[in-house]
Design a protein around this ligand. Structure first.
Ligand SMILES: Nc1ncnc2c1ncn2[C@@H]1O[C@H](COP(=O)(O)OP(=O)(O)OP(=O)(O)O)[C@@H](O)[C@H]1O
Length: 477
């Protein structure tokens, strides 16, 4: 019993679309043709094909970006990339990104049909072999904004590697989701992904949590226990909020990364593990290094590849899709009809500041699913704190203090500590940058604008690691 197949083709060249549509339909397959990758992605919201055939070069999103996008949301979707011989490098890249096959142009129509048929059968077999692939959609990452496309591209590029990755981004931007995607698209995918949040564990338990302990290692250690490192053997250990790792643990971690082995707390036999580390932080690790709060050598070990996840307010174009996704998910969880945002509600939420990022949007959608009375969500149905936020936003022009209060409030609500360590350097950096802009980079004049002595400004610039951006260094000293 074989599925005839539902195949989507995307190519900006009308004649290729025409040829493939004819050939695939004659072979009994259902087809849909798209002029651009963006059109195809829009349709993916509603329906999923069995396979996709995509040109490599297209205006707008190209074939490889599409490949990365789809790989991130549905790693099992077979994709055939069409490419001219001259684009062999890109074709190789498409393999690494996880394409099913590539089809060199110009192609023989029968070969093309045979290839597509194989892709469809492959998809079909995977589906019957592993019903749990449906579960994969829990890790769907939504992001059409250019800044998120960068993130998808990085996931694609890293897909065959075991390299250490450092993910930067504010709380709730999706760092764990991206770490999970990196794992799922790595050679370690069949092994465990173990997340551990440094900020969420009391300091004196971190070591035993990471490395495990032997029976009787400390009061309360009634039995021996494997730590996260051992649990993650062969797989990936995700260390969230690495900036909060205590100094002693940093030293131990560094040693494990260098030696590939460690001792359980209270243990005397070394334990060998093979673990890929993905670390994440909302803090500026370089600043922590400068302040002596994070080991420089550990920082360099972790900072091999860096991925930055933008704030939700820097990718507002994704808000409507994210909201639909979360409304659908909470409706499913609660077995109710999904709520729909009225156009003005959608517009309203697109303009909000979202200091809690995607997580805040997700929580809002869950709240709406339970609390909004009708099927359609009106602006007045939104949780009161969001309506307040908008008032604050309107009154904001000039009211940076209110923004700062919101930020501090949010940080403390999220359980953060020592928030001045992050806020003060940011504040100073902003003031210095603006003053230097007004003086075309002249520090002496900028120090006057700020009300600091020249030496203080020079020292601050150094401490804040702003030397590259501070403009002309050769002025009169
Ligand atoms: N682009 C996205 N598409 C779909 N869901 C997302 C996206 N980004 C984040 N989410 C969801 O938002 C929630 C928060 O994401 P996640 O836990 O990955 O954030 P985080 O940056 O690790 O947060 P924290 O730093 O507070 O731990 C999760 O439920 C996640 O599934």
């Amino acid at each position: 019993m074989k599925s005839p197949g539902n195949v989507w083709v995307v190519d900006d060249d009308r004649s290729i679309r025409w040829v493939l549509e004819k050939a695939l339909s004659s072979a009994g397959m259902k087809t849909a043709m798209f002029e651009s990758a963006d059109d195809l992605i829009k349709r993916l919201d509603k329906e999923q094909p069995d396979a996709i055939v995509s040109d490599i070069r297209m205006p707008g999103m190209d074939g490889l970006a599409l490949l990365n996008h789809i790989q991130a949301i549905n790693p099992d979707m077979p994709i055939i990339i069409m490419t001219a011989h001259s684009d062999l490098d890109s074709a190789v890249a498409s393999y690494r990104g996880g394409a099913f096959e590539y089809l060199p142009k110009p192609f023989d129509v029968d070969d093309a049909v045979a290839l597509v048929r194989r892709a469809v059968e492959h998809a079909y077999e995977r589906r019957i072999q592993s019903p749990e692939v449906v579960d994969d959609t829990t890790a769907e990452i939504i992001g059409e904004a250019p800044a998120m496309q960068e993130v998808f591209r990085a996931i694609g590029r890293l897909s065959q590697s075991n390299i250490t990755v450092l993910i930067n981004g504010d709380s709730g931007t999706g760092k764990e989701l991206v770490a999970h995607a990196l794992h799922k698209h790595s050679p370690r995918a069949e092994h465990p992904f173990i997340p551990l949040n440094m900020a969420a564990i009391p300091k004196d338990l971190i070591e035993s949590e990471l490395f495990g302990h032997e029976k009787g290692a400390f009061t309360g250690a009634a039995a021996a226990r494997r730590g996260r490192f051992e649990q993650a053997d062969g797989g990936t250990l995700f260390l969230d909020e690495i900036g909060d790792m205590p100094a002693d643990t940093q030293t131990r971690l560094l040693r494990v990364l260098a030696d590939g082995e460690f001792y359980r707390v209270g243990g005397h036999t070394p334990v060998k593990v093979d673990v890929r580390i993905i670390a994440a932080t909302h803090q500026n690790l370089e600043s922590l290094v400068k302040e002596g709060r994070f080991r420089e050598d550990l920082f360099h070990r972790l900072n091999v590849i860096r991925i930055h996840i933008p704030r939700l307010s820097q990718r507002r174009e994704d808000i409507p899709r994210l909201a639909r996704h979360f409304l659908a998910r909470s409706a499913e969880e609660l077995s109710v009809e999904p709520k729909q945002l009225k156009a003005e509600t959608e517009q309203f939420i697109c303009d909000l500041p979202w200091p809690g990022n995607v997580r805040q949007l997700e929580n809002t959608c869950r709240w709406l699913t339970v609390m909004a009375s009708g099927r359609e969500v009106l602006v007045s149905d939104l949780p009161p704190e969001l309506l307040d936020q908008q008032d604050q936003g309107l009154a904001l022009n000039g009211n940076w203090e209110q923004l700062l209060r919101n930020w501090a409030d949010q940080q403390l609500t999220n359980g953060r500590k020592t928030i001045l360590n992050e806020a003060v350097p940011q504040f100073e950096r902003a003031m210095i940058e603006v003053a230097l802009k007004h003086t075309a980079g002249r520090k002496r004049d900028a120090s006057e604008l700020l009300g600091w002595g020249r030496n203080t400004l020079t020292r601050k610039i150094k401490e804040l690691g702003m030397e590259d951006s501070s403009g002309d260094e050769d002025e009169d000293d």
